[in-house]
Design a protein around this ligand. Structure first.
Ligand code: FE
Length: 199
């Protein structure tokens, strides 16, 4: 069965008052995410990866030694990344669950320091990519950044929070101000219950 574009878990204009416009979501979900679905399905058709799960394809096609990943990896990983990304935001005001707050304080010193380090990772990713909060293979929390479609699954980590720092994610609402987009994402958009649920 071919992969399908999941519906957004909220209306296109649901995040507008929180800094992510309907226009951004129309481009980002309906066009960009959809293109990863269409091109991913085309790329795996007739290959050994047809019929496999997104996770299996991502882990099986990631090449740590490659200068650039191949089309199957790029499209399928971006399909998965965006599936997670929409779920990691909420139109409701989200209160951080106590267990997550405790884990962030233990790992980074304070919630503010976590936000500062996460924003710095996203702002410091040269070109397209993602900033992540991951549960690492040793069980500890860690902030990472990845290029293009590369994601924590490639390294055996669990993705707790991811922020898309491709220009298509912020250029309509924040123009070239990626740090302002990251600050707004952390302060207003993150669904902390979803993040805590991934631990
Ligand atoms: Fe994106």
């Amino acid at each position: 069965m071919a992969f399908e574009l999941p519906d957004l878990p909220y209306a296109h204009d649901a995040l507008a008052s929180k800094g992510m416009s309907a226009e951004t979501l129309e481009y980002h979900h309906d066009l960009h995410h959809n293109a990863y679905v269409t091109n991913g399905n085309k790329a795996i058709a007739g290959t050994e990866w047809e019929g496999k799960s997104l996770e299996e394809i991502i882990k099986g096609t990631y090449d740590p030694k490659a200068v650039a990943q191949n089309g199957i990896f790029n499209n399928i990983s971006q399909l998965w990344n965006h599936n997670q990304f929409w779920e990691m935001m909420s139109p409701e005001d989200s209160k951080m669950p106590g267990g997550l707050e405790k884990a962030l304080v233990e790992s980074f010193g304070s919630v503010d320091k976590f936000k500062e380090d996460f924003s710095a990772a996203g702002a410091g990713q040269f070109g397209s990519g993602w900033a992540w909060l991951v549960k690492d293979t040793d069980g500890g929390l860690k902030i990472t950044k990845t290029e293009n479609g590369v994601n924590p699954l490639c390294f055996g980590q669990t993705a707790l929070l991811g922020c898309d720092v491709w220009e298509h994610s912020y250029y309509i609402d924040f123009r070239n101000k990626r740090p302002a987009y990251l600050t707004n994402f952390l302060d207003n958009l993150v669904n902390w219950e979803n993040v805590a649920g991934r631990m």
